[in-house]
Design a protein around this ligand. Structure first.
Ligand code: PNS
Length: 159
């Protein structure tokens, strides 16, 4: 069984993430979306909120499972018997950091591959932080996040 893992902070999930999740899920038997518990980025949404928003966003994709992890991704991969890490690349600016991560992970466990997927061009400008910036300033986030999470994102920043 081909198990792939798509790791991230998902603070919150965007339509760019959903696009990668759907495409990656079609390449494997099971895709685990792995939500990092203690992100150094000091998340705006709690772990439970990030997981629940993801669950709502991908409820129509059958072979996707949402889980959380702490510690090293490579240890989570071994625990889940997963051989491929999925990463999305939006622009050249993502590349340097992602290359470093991929090489670090390769150094830790050479049997695990990192597979990069190019973002859908429609979402190449999109990030969780830009969604939050818009929501904080009453900007329109239609089409940037799944419809079922939109209200919750707006509510988070309306207080
Ligand atoms: O959505 P993000 O914040 O860009 O995701 C980053 C993530 C979770 C993929 C990355 O920070 C990660 O893998 N963290 C776990 C710790 C780890 O294994 N680091 C790599 C070796 S130092």
């Amino acid at each position: 069984m081909r198990v792939y893992v798509y790791p991230g902070s998902f603070d919150p999930v965007t339509n760019g993430h959903v696009d990668i999740i759907k495409r990656a899920a079609s390449l494997c038997d099971k895709l685990i979306v792995a939500v990092l518990v203690n992100s150094s980025k000091n998340p705006s949404f709690t772990l439970d909120e990030r997981v629940n928003l993801l669950k709502c966003a991908i409820s129509d994709v059958p072979n996707v499972q949402i889980e959380s992890f702490s510690g090293l991704l490579i240890d989570f991969m071994t625990k889940k018997k997963a051989a491929v890490i999925i990463k999305g690349l939006r622009a050249v600016s993502d590349f340097e950091y992602e290359l470093q991560m991929a090489l670090l992970n390769k150094n830790l466990n050479p049997d695990i591959e990192t597979l990069f997927m190019m973002t859908n061009i429609n979402y190449s400008f999109l990030s969780s932080s830009s969604v939050k910036e818009l929501a904080r300033n009453k900007g329109n986030i239609d089409g940037l996040v799944p419809d079922c999470i939109k209200d919750e994102v707006i509510k988070k920043f309306s207080i």
